[in-house]
Design a protein around this ligand. Structure first.
Ligand code: P6P
Length: 347
Protein backbone atom coordinates (compact mmCIF):
# COMPACT_ATOMS: atom_id res chain seq x y z
CA UNK A 1 0.00 0.00 0.00
CA UNK A 2 1.59 3.28 -1.02
CA UNK A 3 2.24 5.65 1.90
CA UNK A 4 0.00 8.69 1.52
CA UNK A 5 0.48 11.74 3.73
CA UNK A 6 -2.70 13.60 4.67
CA UNK A 7 -2.91 17.34 5.29
CA UNK A 8 -3.40 16.58 8.99
CA UNK A 9 -0.21 14.51 9.18
CA UNK A 10 1.72 17.15 7.20
CA UNK A 11 0.59 19.86 9.62
CA UNK A 12 1.20 17.76 12.76
CA UNK A 13 4.75 17.09 11.54
CA UNK A 14 5.29 20.80 10.83
CA UNK A 15 4.09 21.47 14.36
CA UNK A 16 6.17 18.72 15.98
CA UNK A 17 9.37 18.91 13.93
CA UNK A 18 10.91 22.38 13.85
CA UNK A 19 7.95 23.98 15.61
CA UNK A 20 6.92 25.75 12.42
CA UNK A 21 3.31 26.11 13.55
CA UNK A 22 1.56 26.16 16.93
CA UNK A 23 -1.53 23.95 17.46
CA UNK A 24 -3.99 26.85 17.01
CA UNK A 25 -2.54 27.68 13.59
CA UNK A 26 -2.66 24.02 12.60
CA UNK A 27 -6.36 23.98 13.57
CA UNK A 28 -7.02 27.18 11.60
CA UNK A 29 -5.46 25.76 8.43
CA UNK A 30 -7.44 22.52 8.76
CA UNK A 31 -10.69 24.51 9.17
CA UNK A 32 -9.91 26.59 6.05
CA UNK A 33 -9.13 23.38 4.14
CA UNK A 34 -12.47 21.86 5.21
CA UNK A 35 -14.26 25.05 4.09
CA UNK A 36 -12.55 24.80 0.68
CA UNK A 37 -13.82 21.22 0.41
CA UNK A 38 -17.37 22.48 1.01
CA UNK A 39 -16.90 25.29 -1.54
CA UNK A 40 -15.68 22.78 -4.14
CA UNK A 41 -18.85 20.72 -3.64
CA UNK A 42 -21.04 23.78 -4.35
CA UNK A 43 -18.95 24.72 -7.40
CA UNK A 44 -19.02 21.19 -8.80
CA UNK A 45 -22.85 21.18 -8.72
CA UNK A 46 -22.88 24.16 -11.12
CA UNK A 47 -26.22 24.62 -12.85
CA UNK A 48 -27.56 21.53 -11.04
CA UNK A 49 -27.18 23.41 -7.76
CA UNK A 50 -28.69 26.67 -9.00
CA UNK A 51 -25.46 28.43 -7.99
CA UNK A 52 -24.41 29.95 -11.31
CA UNK A 53 -24.98 33.50 -12.44
CA UNK A 54 -25.07 36.86 -10.74
CA UNK A 55 -26.36 37.62 -7.25
CA UNK A 56 -27.42 41.08 -8.53
CA UNK A 57 -25.37 42.75 -5.76
CA UNK A 58 -22.02 44.57 -5.77
CA UNK A 59 -19.01 44.09 -3.48
CA UNK A 60 -16.84 46.78 -1.92
CA UNK A 61 -14.84 46.89 -5.15
CA UNK A 62 -17.97 47.87 -7.07
CA UNK A 63 -17.87 44.50 -8.88
CA UNK A 64 -21.05 42.50 -9.52
CA UNK A 65 -21.07 39.52 -7.16
CA UNK A 66 -21.74 36.01 -8.42
CA UNK A 67 -23.94 33.75 -6.30
CA UNK A 68 -20.90 31.56 -5.64
CA UNK A 69 -18.88 34.57 -4.41
CA UNK A 70 -21.42 35.01 -1.62
CA UNK A 71 -21.76 31.28 -0.92
CA UNK A 72 -17.97 30.87 -0.64
CA UNK A 73 -17.71 33.90 1.64
CA UNK A 74 -20.45 32.58 3.94
CA UNK A 75 -18.88 29.10 4.08
CA UNK A 76 -15.54 30.57 5.18
CA UNK A 77 -17.11 32.85 7.81
CA UNK A 78 -19.31 30.09 9.29
CA UNK A 79 -16.48 27.53 9.34
CA UNK A 80 -13.98 29.84 11.07
CA UNK A 81 -15.89 32.07 13.48
CA UNK A 82 -16.53 29.60 16.34
CA UNK A 83 -13.18 27.73 16.65
CA UNK A 84 -11.43 30.12 19.06
CA UNK A 85 -8.33 30.55 16.87
CA UNK A 86 -9.33 33.85 15.20
CA UNK A 87 -9.78 37.44 16.34
CA UNK A 88 -11.29 38.57 13.04
CA UNK A 89 -11.62 37.95 9.32
CA UNK A 90 -11.51 40.18 6.23
CA UNK A 91 -12.74 39.37 2.74
CA UNK A 92 -12.84 40.87 -0.72
CA UNK A 93 -16.61 40.48 -0.45
CA UNK A 94 -17.03 42.51 2.76
CA UNK A 95 -16.51 46.27 3.23
CA UNK A 96 -15.07 46.08 6.75
CA UNK A 97 -13.51 43.45 8.98
CA UNK A 98 -15.62 40.70 10.57
CA UNK A 99 -14.76 40.51 14.27
CA UNK A 100 -15.45 37.11 15.83
CA UNK A 101 -18.77 37.49 17.72
CA UNK A 102 -18.47 37.76 21.52
CA UNK A 103 -20.40 34.48 21.95
CA UNK A 104 -17.31 32.69 20.65
CA UNK A 105 -13.78 32.60 22.17
CA UNK A 106 -11.30 35.03 20.58
CA UNK A 107 -7.98 33.84 19.16
CA UNK A 108 -4.76 35.59 18.12
CA UNK A 109 -4.96 35.09 14.34
CA UNK A 110 -6.36 37.24 11.56
CA UNK A 111 -7.67 35.50 8.43
CA UNK A 112 -8.05 37.29 5.09
CA UNK A 113 -9.42 35.78 1.92
CA UNK A 114 -10.68 36.25 -1.57
CA UNK A 115 -13.38 33.59 -1.26
CA UNK A 116 -13.70 32.97 -4.97
CA UNK A 117 -11.10 34.59 -7.20
CA UNK A 118 -11.63 34.61 -10.94
CA UNK A 119 -15.39 34.44 -10.56
CA UNK A 120 -15.91 35.84 -14.07
CA UNK A 121 -14.93 32.30 -15.09
CA UNK A 122 -17.59 30.54 -12.99
CA UNK A 123 -20.33 30.47 -15.64
CA UNK A 124 -17.95 29.27 -18.37
CA UNK A 125 -16.57 26.35 -16.32
CA UNK A 126 -12.96 27.59 -16.14
CA UNK A 127 -10.78 27.06 -13.03
CA UNK A 128 -11.35 29.47 -10.12
CA UNK A 129 -10.02 29.52 -6.59
CA UNK A 130 -10.02 30.60 -2.95
CA UNK A 131 -6.99 32.59 -1.75
CA UNK A 132 -6.20 32.99 1.97
CA UNK A 133 -3.63 34.70 4.15
CA UNK A 134 -3.05 34.46 7.93
CA UNK A 135 -1.50 37.10 10.15
CA UNK A 136 -1.00 37.17 13.91
CA UNK A 137 -2.67 40.02 15.83
CA UNK A 138 0.36 42.10 16.83
CA UNK A 139 -0.67 43.91 20.00
CA UNK A 140 -1.78 40.66 21.60
CA UNK A 141 -1.08 41.94 25.08
CA UNK A 142 -3.52 40.25 27.49
CA UNK A 143 -3.53 43.46 29.55
CA UNK A 144 -4.97 45.55 26.73
CA UNK A 145 -8.52 44.59 25.85
CA UNK A 146 -8.53 46.73 22.72
CA UNK A 147 -11.17 45.37 20.34
CA UNK A 148 -9.72 44.08 17.08
CA UNK A 149 -9.84 46.69 14.31
CA UNK A 150 -8.83 47.17 10.66
CA UNK A 151 -5.47 48.60 11.77
CA UNK A 152 -4.54 45.15 13.16
CA UNK A 153 -4.68 43.77 9.62
CA UNK A 154 -2.42 46.45 8.09
CA UNK A 155 0.84 44.49 8.32
CA UNK A 156 3.35 43.84 5.51
CA UNK A 157 3.08 40.49 3.75
CA UNK A 158 6.37 39.32 5.28
CA UNK A 159 4.46 39.05 8.59
CA UNK A 160 2.22 36.27 7.25
CA UNK A 161 2.31 33.01 9.23
CA UNK A 162 0.40 30.92 6.67
CA UNK A 163 -0.86 31.47 3.12
CA UNK A 164 -2.36 29.41 0.35
CA UNK A 165 -5.05 28.86 -2.19
CA UNK A 166 -7.41 26.17 -3.34
CA UNK A 167 -7.79 25.84 -7.12
CA UNK A 168 -11.11 24.33 -8.26
CA UNK A 169 -10.11 22.85 -11.61
CA UNK A 170 -9.89 19.37 -13.17
CA UNK A 171 -8.47 18.48 -9.75
CA UNK A 172 -9.25 20.34 -6.55
CA UNK A 173 -5.82 21.22 -5.14
CA UNK A 174 -4.85 23.01 -1.93
CA UNK A 175 -1.49 24.80 -2.08
CA UNK A 176 0.00 25.93 1.23
CA UNK A 177 3.03 27.47 2.89
CA UNK A 178 3.74 28.01 6.58
CA UNK A 179 7.21 29.38 5.82
CA UNK A 180 8.94 26.04 5.26
CA UNK A 181 8.44 25.58 1.51
CA UNK A 182 5.31 25.02 -0.56
CA UNK A 183 3.21 21.84 -0.51
CA UNK A 184 0.34 20.75 -2.77
CA UNK A 185 -2.56 18.54 -1.61
CA UNK A 186 -5.04 16.97 -4.01
CA UNK A 187 -8.60 16.29 -2.80
CA UNK A 188 -9.36 12.58 -2.77
CA UNK A 189 -13.13 12.79 -3.21
CA UNK A 190 -13.65 9.11 -2.37
CA UNK A 191 -12.01 9.53 1.05
CA UNK A 192 -12.95 13.21 1.41
CA UNK A 193 -9.33 13.91 2.40
CA UNK A 194 -6.48 16.15 1.22
CA UNK A 195 -3.50 14.02 0.11
CA UNK A 196 0.04 15.40 -0.23
CA UNK A 197 0.90 15.16 -3.94
CA UNK A 198 3.88 17.53 -4.11
CA UNK A 199 6.22 18.91 -1.43
CA UNK A 200 9.01 21.53 -1.58
CA UNK A 201 7.64 22.94 -4.87
CA UNK A 202 10.31 24.80 -6.88
CA UNK A 203 9.70 27.35 -9.67
CA UNK A 204 12.31 27.23 -12.51
CA UNK A 205 14.34 30.47 -12.44
CA UNK A 206 13.89 30.96 -16.20
CA UNK A 207 10.85 30.60 -18.43
CA UNK A 208 9.51 30.95 -21.95
CA UNK A 209 5.93 31.67 -20.84
CA UNK A 210 4.37 34.99 -19.83
CA UNK A 211 0.89 35.72 -18.50
CA UNK A 212 -0.60 39.17 -19.05
CA UNK A 213 -3.86 40.55 -20.47
CA UNK A 214 -2.56 41.67 -23.89
CA UNK A 215 -5.73 43.67 -24.62
CA UNK A 216 -4.36 46.33 -22.24
CA UNK A 217 -1.11 46.75 -24.20
CA UNK A 218 -1.81 50.34 -25.31
CA UNK A 219 -2.28 51.33 -21.65
CA UNK A 220 0.94 49.83 -20.28
CA UNK A 221 3.87 51.76 -18.88
CA UNK A 222 7.15 51.78 -20.84
CA UNK A 223 9.00 49.02 -18.93
CA UNK A 224 6.12 46.57 -19.38
CA UNK A 225 5.92 47.40 -23.10
CA UNK A 226 9.69 46.91 -23.38
CA UNK A 227 9.62 43.50 -21.67
CA UNK A 228 6.66 42.12 -23.67
CA UNK A 229 7.96 43.55 -26.98
CA UNK A 230 11.26 41.74 -26.40
CA UNK A 231 9.41 38.47 -25.66
CA UNK A 232 7.32 38.89 -28.84
CA UNK A 233 10.48 39.35 -30.96
CA UNK A 234 11.31 35.75 -30.09
CA UNK A 235 14.59 34.02 -30.94
CA UNK A 236 15.62 36.71 -33.46
CA UNK A 237 15.17 39.42 -30.81
CA UNK A 238 17.22 40.43 -27.75
CA UNK A 239 15.95 37.46 -25.70
CA UNK A 240 17.24 34.90 -28.23
CA UNK A 241 14.30 32.57 -27.61
CA UNK A 242 10.62 32.26 -28.50
CA UNK A 243 7.98 32.81 -25.79
CA UNK A 244 4.47 31.44 -25.27
CA UNK A 245 1.56 33.31 -23.68
CA UNK A 246 -1.16 32.20 -21.29
CA UNK A 247 -3.92 34.33 -19.67
CA UNK A 248 -6.71 32.48 -17.84
CA UNK A 249 -8.08 35.64 -16.15
CA UNK A 250 -8.06 33.64 -12.91
CA UNK A 251 -5.02 34.50 -10.81
CA UNK A 252 -5.21 31.22 -8.90
CA UNK A 253 -5.08 29.18 -12.13
CA UNK A 254 -2.25 31.27 -13.61
CA UNK A 255 -0.20 31.12 -10.40
CA UNK A 256 -0.80 27.36 -10.11
CA UNK A 257 0.63 26.89 -13.61
CA UNK A 258 3.65 29.02 -12.68
CA UNK A 259 4.25 27.07 -9.44
CA UNK A 260 3.97 23.87 -11.47
CA UNK A 261 6.15 24.69 -14.54
CA UNK A 262 7.44 28.26 -14.22
CA UNK A 263 6.41 31.48 -15.93
CA UNK A 264 5.85 35.15 -15.18
CA UNK A 265 2.47 36.67 -14.22
CA UNK A 266 1.93 40.38 -14.67
CA UNK A 267 -0.98 42.63 -13.75
CA UNK A 268 0.86 45.96 -13.79
CA UNK A 269 -0.26 49.55 -13.24
CA UNK A 270 -1.68 51.02 -16.44
CA UNK A 271 -3.02 54.31 -17.74
CA UNK A 272 -6.72 53.32 -17.67
CA UNK A 273 -7.08 54.32 -13.99
CA UNK A 274 -3.76 56.06 -13.24
CA UNK A 275 -4.77 56.85 -9.64
CA UNK A 276 -4.96 53.11 -8.87
CA UNK A 277 -1.60 51.31 -8.36
CA UNK A 278 -3.04 48.20 -10.04
CA UNK A 279 -6.12 45.94 -10.21
CA UNK A 280 -5.19 43.17 -7.77
CA UNK A 281 -5.54 43.48 -4.00
CA UNK A 282 -2.49 43.50 -1.77
CA UNK A 283 -3.79 41.88 1.42
CA UNK A 284 -5.61 38.80 0.10
CA UNK A 285 -4.25 38.28 -3.42
CA UNK A 286 -0.73 39.68 -3.91
CA UNK A 287 0.62 38.97 -0.41
CA UNK A 288 -0.40 35.28 -0.16
CA UNK A 289 0.55 34.58 -3.78
CA UNK A 290 3.78 36.53 -3.37
CA UNK A 291 4.79 34.49 -0.32
CA UNK A 292 3.96 31.18 -2.01
CA UNK A 293 6.03 32.17 -5.04
CA UNK A 294 9.00 33.27 -2.91
CA UNK A 295 8.80 30.10 -0.82
CA UNK A 296 9.05 28.15 -4.11
CA UNK A 297 12.19 30.07 -5.15
CA UNK A 298 10.48 32.70 -7.30
CA UNK A 299 10.10 36.46 -6.83
CA UNK A 300 7.21 38.92 -6.47
CA UNK A 301 7.45 42.71 -6.87
CA UNK A 302 5.22 45.66 -7.71
CA UNK A 303 7.76 46.66 -10.39
CA UNK A 304 9.91 48.51 -7.90
CA UNK A 305 9.72 46.84 -4.50
CA UNK A 306 9.29 43.35 -3.04
CA UNK A 307 5.54 42.93 -2.53
CA UNK A 308 5.99 41.39 0.93
CA UNK A 309 7.83 44.54 2.12
CA UNK A 310 4.95 46.89 1.22
CA UNK A 311 3.23 48.52 4.22
CA UNK A 312 -0.54 48.53 3.59
CA UNK A 313 -2.59 51.62 4.48
CA UNK A 314 -6.04 50.26 3.57
CA UNK A 315 -7.64 46.83 3.84
CA UNK A 316 -8.66 46.68 0.17
CA UNK A 317 -5.75 48.52 -1.35
CA UNK A 318 -4.60 47.49 -4.79
CA UNK A 319 -1.10 46.83 -6.09
CA UNK A 320 0.77 46.21 -9.33
CA UNK A 321 1.83 42.55 -9.46
CA UNK A 322 4.80 40.95 -11.23
CA UNK A 323 5.59 37.45 -9.94
CA UNK A 324 7.00 34.08 -10.95
CA UNK A 325 10.33 32.83 -12.30
CA UNK A 326 12.98 34.79 -10.45
CA UNK A 327 15.20 35.83 -13.38
CA UNK A 328 12.22 37.16 -15.38
CA UNK A 329 10.75 39.10 -12.45
CA UNK A 330 14.18 40.61 -11.76
CA UNK A 331 14.46 41.63 -15.44
CA UNK A 332 11.05 43.38 -15.44
CA UNK A 333 11.82 45.05 -12.11
CA UNK A 334 15.17 46.28 -13.49
CA UNK A 335 13.35 47.73 -16.53
CA UNK A 336 11.00 49.60 -14.15
CA UNK A 337 13.93 51.03 -12.21
CA UNK A 338 15.70 52.10 -15.43
CA UNK A 339 12.49 53.77 -16.69
CA UNK A 340 12.08 55.60 -13.36
CA UNK A 341 15.71 56.76 -13.54
CA UNK A 342 15.58 57.96 -17.17
CA UNK A 343 12.11 59.53 -16.87
CA UNK A 344 10.37 57.26 -19.39
CA UNK A 345 7.98 55.79 -16.78
CA UNK A 346 4.48 57.29 -16.62
CA UNK A 347 3.51 55.56 -13.35
P1 P6P B 1 -8.86 40.89 -16.40
C1 P6P B 1 -10.13 37.99 -11.48
O1 P6P B 1 -11.19 38.93 -11.57
C2 P6P B 1 -8.87 38.76 -11.18
O2 P6P B 1 -8.99 39.43 -9.97
C3 P6P B 1 -7.67 37.81 -11.17
O3 P6P B 1 -7.99 36.55 -10.72
C4 P6P B 1 -7.25 37.79 -12.64
O4 P6P B 1 -5.86 37.53 -12.80
C5 P6P B 1 -7.60 39.21 -13.12
O5 P6P B 1 -8.62 39.69 -12.23
C6 P6P B 1 -8.14 39.20 -14.53
O6 P6P B 1 -8.36 40.54 -14.89
O7 P6P B 1 -8.77 42.42 -16.45
O8 P6P B 1 -7.90 40.22 -17.35
O9 P6P B 1 -10.26 40.36 -16.50
Amino acid sequence: MNKTISLTRYLVEKQRVGGHIPPELRLLIEVVARACKRISISINKGALGGVLGSADTENVQGEVQKKLDIIANEVLIEANEWGGHLAAMASEEMDGIYAVPNRFPQGEYLLMFDPLDGSSNIDVNVSIGTIFSVLRKQNDDPETVEPVCEQDFLQPGKQQVAAGYCVYGPQTTLVLTVGDGVAMFTLDREQGSWVLTQDQVRIPEDTREFAINMSNMRHWDAPVRRYIDECLQGKDGPRGKDFNMRWIASMVADVHRILTRGGIFMYPWDKREPHKPGKLRLMYEANPMGWLVEQAGGAATNGRQRILDLHPTQLHERVSVILGSRNEVERVTAYHREAAADGTSAA
